[in-house]
Design a protein around this ligand. Structure first.
Ligand SMILES: C[S@@+](CC[C@H](N)C(=O)[O-])C[C@H]1O[C@@H](n2cnc3c(N)ncnc32)[C@H](O)[C@@H]1O
Length: 277
């Protein structure tokens, strides 16, 4: 136990451990995540329905979903993908959570929407070719290491038609500046989120101030096992993401407010990037 707690208090090298698959595919955690995705009062796993509608609205005005080929990476239960398909897009949703993909497929069938869903890791899978638009929504890029981001950019490049768009949203450096390092623990930390039975949950938050990176490092101690979860978050400003995209063959068409698609304003903690080849 001493060794586990000592490790929890150590500051690992940025992005040295990747556990996002545990967060999204563990049977218990993914069930809790799906509840959060579908909870209209929660912004935890997906935004609330009014925000999703607003985002799909501006994307439709800007790109025109009618008959467009759209690939939604990390589509979760398909809350954006289904709305895009309703507006005429030919959507492929990709996510490695079987629970979320199962929900998205059922919902599409019930709504009579013809959509393709693939349960896959978007860092490994071959993405569909000739796409007009590839999107990655709700800050997922921030969870990836520089090497993983570079890998993803390559896949998106190969997936897009010439002149196609890559649209994603990220957390801002302004949000990073509000964060603080902290340590906390609790029995059944976060109301039973991490395991179905009894457990103790410990959290250490580390900030890497010179690189605008945060780590939420969890240790979950159950009667029969202990697990660690590393949630990394890279925060960006428009200049840092523009430089990274330029290194990877994209140019930024515009940096916009996530909720309106217009000039930055209403939500300083995040911004959306419209990039093209
Ligand atoms: C924050 S949720 C956002 C879901 C959806 N875009 C939304 O906003 O409603 C992130 C989603 O990305 C998926 N995901 C994370 N990393 C992934 C990866 N490497 N490959 C495929 N899916 C991934 C998770 O399973 C989860 O459904």
């Amino acid at each position: 136990m001493f060794d586990d707690l000592a490790a929890l208090n150590e500051r690992p090298a940025p992005f040295s451990v990747y556990t996002a698959d545990t967060l999204w595919t563990d049977p218990h955690i993914s069930a809790r995540m799906l509840d959060f995705h579908l909870d209209p009062e929660s912004d935890l796993a997906s935004r609330r329905p009014a925000s999703i509608e607003a985002i799909v609205d501006w994307m439709d005005r800007r790109f025109g979903f009618g008959d467009a080929a759209v690939c939604d990476l990390g589509c979760g239960p398909g809350l954006y993908a289904a709305r895009m398909a309703q507006r005429g897009a030919r959507v492929t949703g990709i996510d490695f959570s079987s629970r979320s993909i199962g929900y998205a497929r059922d919902a599409a069938r019930k709504a009579g929407l013809s959509m393709a869903f693939e349960q896959a890791d978007y860092l490994e899978a071959e993405l569909p070719p000739e796409q007009d638009l590839v999107c990655l929504i709700y800050g997922d890029l921030c969870a990836l290491s520089p090497a993983q981001r570079e890998r993803l950019y390559g896949k998106v490049r190969r997936s897009l038609k010439r002149g196609g768009h890559f649209v994603f949203d990220v957390s801002s450096v302004a949000q990073f500046r509000q964060r603080q390092e902290q340590v906390s623990y609790g029995r059944r930390l976060m109301d039973g989120f991490w395991a179905p039975g009894d457990y103790f949950g410990f959290l250490s938050v580390f900030l890497y101030g010179d690189r605008n990176i945060a780590l939420d490092r969890y240790l979950i101690v159950e009667p029969h096992r202990s697990r660690e979860i590393f949630n990394w978050l890279q925060y960006f400003d428009p200049d840092s993401i523009a430089a990274e995209l330029a290194d990877n063959g994209f140019s930024i068409e515009q940096v916009v407010d996530v909720l309106t698609g217009g000039p930055l304003g209403s939500s300083p903690d995040e911004f959306a990037v419209i990039a093209r080849l």
